[in-house]
Ligand binder design. Structure first.
Ligand SMILES: NC(=O)c1ccc[n+]([C@@H]2O[C@H](COP(=O)([O-])OP(=O)(O)OC[C@H]3O[C@@H](n4cnc5c(N)ncnc54)[C@H](O)[C@@H]3O)[C@@H](O)[C@H]2O)c1
Length: 357
């Protein structure tokens, strides 16, 4: 039975109240499976700026480096939107934290729970049984490329964002995606824009080359615009999707809506020694402190933390099974509410899930 150090960064908006529910589930796992989880909280985002003068205080970064895994709530809010970019919660905390921990891969699973098949905006027969994993490259590409603004002689401004990738960056995310597909149903779709972008042509060459090391995985390539269409037309054709940073940001948000609510979607950022686990949604400022937010995305992020950082697979499955059970019993937070279901608040949903582990 293990002793594990987990850094907990609640952040802003609904961050503290949803993180609390994930801790309830992890504590229930610790009791049931006799593990010891040492939780240590750190400031981040607007809370970091208010409390320590920076969205990513050195103390928080040190805490993350000295932990076995990091659980994050969400950052951001109108209060901090006018700060200089490097002091804003997202740009000043999330991007530097991902880079500092070497987290080059973002895993965004979208699973439609049987009890929620009607919550999706797509027809039940299109999404029932859906279980797709988007593997998004997280530390390269346009978001981290050079940014430039220059005056044009004769008036006006030219702006430039550079999309850059290197062989090693593509090789490592491709290998990780093939390994994920091996653990699932062995199908991988690599998404690019090789008919236009040089970076996508290299991406496709390297993914094809790496694919030779994984003969048990069926590899297909798809242009990003077609993938956006296919995700709505027939999302169940996909098992694992791998793609570059910006394409992944957009496609994983699109895929997430197949499940019906942003409040259902966990994510994991891995690749370095320490993984970072957070819901795919933001801080939902208008719900802050109202106990209306759906905590399931954060609770399932806790389940991914157990699986990907601590190697505790059965404990991770126990959390997922508890979520399924509580939804099957008809409990719903406001974002999932349907006629005839039992409305519960953030705390109550957290208690129900912990009780069913
Ligand atoms: N990783 C992060 O911390 C992260 C990610 C995205 C956005 N943000 C930040 O969050 C703030 C709000 O951004 P936004 O409104 O674009 O995105 P958001 O994800 O916070 O909210 C989008 C919509 O989804 C709803 N929603 C989100 N999470 C929910 C939950 N758990 N339960 C029920 N409903 C939920 C919100 O009410 C809102 O209507 C901004 O400051 C943004 O920069 C942070």
């Amino acid at each position: 039975m293990g002793i594990y150090k987990i850094a907990v960064l609640p952040g802003d908006g609904i961050g503290p109240e949803i993180t609390e529910q994930a801790l309830k589930a992890l504590k229930a796992v610790a009791v049931k499976y006799q593990h010891e989880f040492k939780f240590t909280e750190g400031l981040i985002g607007g809370a970091g700026y208010d409390g320590a003068g920076h969205p990513l205080p050195q103390e928080t970064l040190d805490l993350c480096h000295n932990s076995d895994a990091v659980l994050l709530g969400a950052v951001g809010g109108p209060k901090w939107d006018d700060l200089p970019v490097h002091l804003r919660p997202e740009a000043g905390a999330l991007l530097p934290l991902r880079k500092a921990l070497g987290l080059y891969a973002n895993l965004r699973p979208t699973k439609v729970f049987p009890a929620l098949v009607n919550a999706s905006t797509l027809k039940p027969e299109v999404v029932s049984g859906l279980d797709v994993l988007v593997v998004r490259e997280l530390t390269g590409g346009l978001y981290f490329g050079q940014k430039k603004r220059e005056d044009i002689p004769g008036g006006g401004i030219r702006v430039i964002d550079t999309l850059e990738y290197t062989t090693p960056e593509i090789e490592r995310i491709a290998r990780l995606a093939f390994q994920m597909a091996q653990k699932r149903s062995g199908r991988l779709v690599s998404v690019d824009k090789a008919n236009v972008l040089e970076s996508s042509r290299l991406w496709r060459e390297i993914v094809t080359e790496i694919g030779k090391e994984y003969p048990d995985v069926e590899l297909d390539h798809m242009y990003v615009d077609n993938c956006a269409m296919q995700l709505v037309k027939n999302p169940r054709q996909f098992d694992v999707i791998v793609t570059e940073n910006m394409f992944g940001d957009i496609l994983s948000d699109q895929a997430s809506m197949l499940s019906g609510s942003l409040g259902m979607l966990p994510s994991a950022s891995i690749g370095g020694k320490i993984g970072l686990y957070e819901p795919s949604h933001g801080s939902a400022p208008k719900y802050a402190g109202l106990k209306r937010a759906n905590p399931i995305a954060t609770i399932l992020s806790g389940s991914m933390l157990l699986k990907f950082s601590l190697g505790l697979d059965k404990e991770s499955d126990a959390i997922e099974q508890a979520v399924t059970k509580v939804l099957d019993m008809g409990y719903r937070t406001a974002d999932l509410m349907e006629e005839g279901m039992k409305l519960v608040n953030t705390d109550e949903m957290g208690d129900l899930i912990a009780e069913n582990i």
